[in-house]
Design a protein around this ligand. Structure first.
Ligand SMILES: [Zn+2]
Length: 188
């Protein structure tokens, strides 16, 4: 599986993928040799759980996260206590213009005790989280079973890790890694 390019601005007719990679979703048509193309001016939103690619139009009011929303994003940095997440979708709608920053504290990462954020997520992982407050920067929690990492990449070779029981295992190099894994993890 390739690294996704969430939030890219596309025009009608632009090729955004191929049928072998994704199912066509909203705002997407299949043309020619299995190419997936955009029907409109909008931003790409890939649902990596359902393997569906969508284009959402960029008209209308920007949607800003608020307390209680489920957001999805890419982990941009991790320290012992904190993770920073670039939010690219809110309640399954893509963010427009720039993305929002979410902050996750280690005490909010898991319902079980974890010593350090490095046991919950790593840079480049894709995370689903719930927003706790309604101002920027947004505080997040991933304690619920369906929240947490939905796609994680091997820190040694970069491959998408596979979920096996409670662990994540690299199918290429065999490396075993720890995360706060969501019930919606994509590769098992
Ligand atoms: Zn590996």
């Amino acid at each position: 599986m390739e690294r996704i390019r969430q939030g890219v601005l596309v025009l009608p007719g632009d090729v955004i993928g191929v049928e072998e990679e994704y199912f066509p979703g909203q705002g997407v048509y299949v043309n020619g040799k299995g190419y997936l193309r955009s029907q409109l001016i909008g931003r790409v939103l890939i649902d990596i759980v359902k393997r569906t690619i969508n284009v959402r139009n960029i008209h209308g009011k920007p949607y800003v996260p608020k307390a209680g929303d489920i957001v999805e994003g890419i982990v941009s940095s991790v320290s012992e206590d904190l993770a920073f997440i670039d939010i690219y979708a809110i309640e399954e709608k893509p963010t427009r213009t720039t993305s929002f920053t979410g902050i996750l504290h280690v005490s909010q990462a898991s319902s079980e005790y974890i010593e350090t954020m490095y046991d919950a997520m790593r840079i480049g992982d894709i995370v689903r989280a719930r927003v706790i407050n309604s101002n920027h920067p947004f505080q997040l929690t991933t304690k619920e079973p369906r929240l947490g990492v939905i796609a994680a990449f091997c820190t040694k070779c970069g491959s998408l890790l596979r979920k096996q029981d409670d662990k994540l295992v690299c199918p290429i190099c065999g490396n075993v890694e720890k995360r706060k894994v969501s019930a919606s993890y994509v590769f098992r």
